[in-house]
Design a protein around this ligand. Sequence first.
Ligand SMILES: [Zn+2]
Length: 199
Amino acid sequence: MPSVWLFVVFPKQDAQPYRRLPFMDKSHIDGLATLEARFWNQMDRGSDCWHWMMCRTDDGYGRSYCQYGGRKKTLGAHRLAYVLANGSLQDGAPLLHSCGNPICCNPAHLRVGTPKENADDREAMGRTFRGAKHHFHLHPELTQPGEPHNTAKLREHQVRAIRAEHAAGSSYAAISRHYHMHETTIADLVKRKTWKNVN
Ligand SMILES: [Zn+2]
């Protein structure tokens, strides 16, 4: 009696889960030296977590840009930090924060997770952000009422950065979009009606 052998090959779980995704390689970043010099100064590295000081996405991550292969590429600041520190990263591969602080760009706190870890992470974040365990509930010292994107630690840095941007020719409108702050707040700050103590 003839026998039929059926071989079913199960793919090895998480062997190379992201290999079909486009790959971001540090060596294809245009103006790399300039970008690196600027990028690492756009965060506050005064504590273990390196807090991104520029634009944020609605879900709490830093937003950054670079010129990549001749085109402007927008990506999470933590992702760019990872690429600069480690050389490459697959687009779409989940990058997990060991510190649980989405705004942190310290490469030592970042690692590529598996798809399952990413799903768990998102679910946990969803729960976290809805509840009293929100990052800013746990760390009230990092928030200022009415100025959601300023943290107590970052404010002087930001004030200097905003004044420098204005001195370099950026309009109040452009700066206000960049920092998600009111134009009048930016104008007052630049004209030193506020933050007089910061040079
Ligand atoms: Zn961190």
